[in-house]
Design a protein around this ligand. Structure first.
Ligand code: FES
Length: 104
């Protein structure tokens, strides 16, 4: 299963991954540490902000109200912004494209 990630510098990488991780964990385990994910995935920091490719946004389950609240606090929220720790990454999302959000 592959996740396609674009970094803040504009580099795009295809990350091959096993099931059972969140999008945040896939990115961190690939050594891309500009996605800080300071709270470790417990939905309290918003430093795992990614912007989902608009063509892929409908493939994801909607954000919870807690996730929405954190997204609303971001200066650079985009229409397809999500918190990467809240996206379980599995085979149905193969080829999903995300761009890492600006530094908070
Ligand atoms: Fe903190 Fe996602 S890692 S909200």
């Amino acid at each position: 299963t592959r996740l396609i990630v674009t970094t803040r510098e504009g580099d795009t990488r295809a990350l091959e991954t096993a099931p059972g991780l969140s999008v945040m964990e896939v990115i961190r385990e690939a050594g891309i540490d500009e996605l800080l994910a300071l709270c470790g995935g417990c939905l309290s920091c918003a430093t795992c902000h990614v912007i989902v490719d608009p063509a892929d946004a409908a493939r994801l389950a909607p954000a919870s109200s807690e996730e929405e609240d954190l997204l609303d606090g971001l200066d650079d929220r985009a229409p397809t912004s999500r918190l990467a720790c809240q996206i379980p990454f599995d085979a149905r999302l193969d080829g999903l494209r995300v761009t890492i959000g600006a530094e908070a």
